[in-house]
Design a protein around this ligand. Structure first.
Ligand SMILES: [Ca+2]
Ligand SMILES: [Ca+2]
Length: 524
């Protein structure tokens, strides 16, 4: 079976010697054989009969904002996510806890805020700070579930680490598959980049002549089909299958037909940036990168076109996985989650990419389809966070959780989308005060149904207040206006309370333990 994956990758002509040697190396191939065997084919008489326990299909995209047709975007077409939204509940106001891959994903998969995981930057894993905590997939494993990962769940350097384990947590999974497609292995010399030769951290794109199946996300979908087929044969053991797509993360590489759906000249360019920036404290714009000075309107349009194309390409791969679930008769007993690790700017406030706490960067798409639960096509409007996924999935599947989880269960909102939960979401981000000395401060942003309120360094570096009822684009900072003094006092108190809840009981964020195993799986 592993041979069939190997064959598929080799057959696609996309596995060069170095990655090939790593992925299918001596111990690796045996190990993987064994894992697949143990995971899917063998019986586990010690486990309780789990036939009626629901499966989980956890789908996540990388750097995807809410530019989706099911979220009302006027241009972007995401027919497969639209269909998924029709069979579940779409969360209108879902937010990440930190708008950067590593901190956000560690938070989501541990059910703890970044101040409690201690993971506040990329290329780290919570085993270095809170090693005995049970991750979300691990909690499922401990109760007899088969847990597998395909692609990016914990942090990966994209595109460099595609085809490797990234900064993974091996304890979370029994099976890990890391395909690498033409976007990673063949096409980098053709990619346009604002910083030539760099593709992951900077704006970069390419309309590929190769079709879906040769791209990494296409290979991920094929691997997901392959795993699901095997899961379908063993209904006595429920599964938690996580599929982490790479697009639309930079470089925005996807097949050319997806670019053709978004004619360059019709792509929007955000106007009025200078006027908008005038009322902002400087940390609000701290994610700006120097190379973005090179952006012309023509490049801005190309960039937006490539991002939208990559989004629709990713949507098509999600569609393949969902079709497989239906075809295999698994849909009736499988909870489906779709989300992203954080949002993304495409020029709003003059910003691109992530690491801001404006709505575009803090907000994520979130759709949960739980069979036989609630009204199909429901829309939940109370603010929620990725932090809430762990307790939600655990409750839906009757899985025991660690006692210190910091999120809320969304099950009441799945049963009745008009139900209210905690009523707010908090997102934090870091800014350097002195990069050379490693000195930093945080911005914390509170989102309620009506307001976004942000404090930089407890207000010492500035505040922002936006009224979403009147200003959904967050253009008018009301923080300096006398009419809002009372609103700010209330929100500031609410924010402080919320921020206190992001820390562990000890009040201290755990430090990275130098003696702990540090993952170095990215550069074999
Ligand atoms: Ca990301
Ligand atoms: Ca403004």
């Amino acid at each position: 079976m592993i041979n069939s994956i190997e064959f598929r990758l080799r057959g696609a002509g996309v596995v060069p010697n170095t990655l090939d040697q790593f992925i299918f190396s001596r111990s690796s191939i045996f190990f993987r054989w064994l894992l697949v065997f143990v995971a899917i084919l063998s019986t586990f008489p010690g486990y309780a009969c789990t036939a009626e326990r629901p499966n989980v299909l956890f789908l996540i995209s990388d750097d995807l904002n809410n530019s989706l047709s099911c979220y009302g975007h006027p241009l972007v077409k995401t027919p497969n996510l639209d269909k998924l939204a029709e069979r579940g509940v779409r969360f209108e106001r879902a937010y990440c806890q930190f708008p950067l891959c590593g901190p956000s994903r560690n938070s989501m998969l541990t059910g703890l805020h970044p101040n409690t995981t201690g993971i506040l930057r990329n290329s780290q894993i919570f085993r270095q700070t809170i090693p005995s905590h049970h991750s979300l997939p691990q909690a499922f494993r401990l109760e007899g579930y088969f847990a597998g990962r395909i692609g990016k769940l914990y942090h990966y350097n994209v595109p460099k680490s595609i085809g490797t384990n990234g900064h993974d947590d091996p304890g979370s999974w029994e099976l890990e598959l890391n395909p690498a497609g033409c976007d990673r292995l063949e096409e980098e010399p053709h990619i346009f980049s604002l910083k030539p030769g760099q593709f992951g951290g900077t704006l970069s794109w390419y309309a590929s002549p190769k079709s879906d199946q040769y791209h990494t996300d296409g290979l991920l979908a094929a691997d997901a089909e392959w795993v699901l087929e095997r899961c379908a044969r063993r209904s006595d053991r429920p599964f938690f299958l996580a599929v982490g797509f790479y697009r639309p993360h930079t470089p925005y590489v996807s097949p050319k037909p997806y670019f053709d759906r978004y004619p360059e000249k019709e792509m929007p360019v955000v106007q009025g940036v200078k006027e908008d920036q005038a009322d902002l404290p400087s940390p609000a714009l701290g994610s700006y990168k120097k190379e973005q000075d090179k952006l012309t309107d023509e490049l801005r349009r190309q960039c937006v076109q490539a991002y939208y194309a990559s989004t629709t390409f990713m949507d098509a791969q999600v569609g393949r996985v969902l079709d497989a679930l239906d075809r295999l008769g698994l849909a009736e007993n499988t909870i489906i989650v779709f989300t992203s690790d954080h949002g993304y700017h495409l020029g709003e406030h003059g910003l691109w990419q992530k690491m801001s706490v404006f709505e575009e960067s803090a907000r994520v798409p979130l759709i949960i389809a739980a069979p036989k639960m609630g009204k199909k096509g429901g829309v939940a409007k109370d603010p929620v966070g990725l932090i809430d996924l762990y307790p939600t999935l655990a409750e839906l599947c009757g899985v025991k959780t660690p006692e210190n989880l910091q999120g809320q269960s969304l099950v009441p909102m799945l049963k009745d989308p008009s139900a209210t939960g905690r009523g707010w979401a908090v997102t934090q981000v870091s800014r350097w005060s002195n990069k050379r000395q490693g000195a930093r401060f945080f911005g914390y942003s509170l989102r309620t149904p009506r307001w976004r309120y942000t404090e930089w360094a407890q207000g010492k570096q500035g505040r922002e207040l936006y009224d979403h009822d009147a200003d959904p684009r967050e253009l008018k900072n009301l923080a300096g206006k006398s009419a809002y003094v009372e609103t700010i006092a209330q929100l500031s108190m609410q924010l402080r309370k919320a921020v206190n809840q992001t820390f562990p009981a000890s009040g201290e964020t755990p430090e990275l333990q130098p003696a702990m195993w540090a993952p170095n799986l990215t550069n074999p």
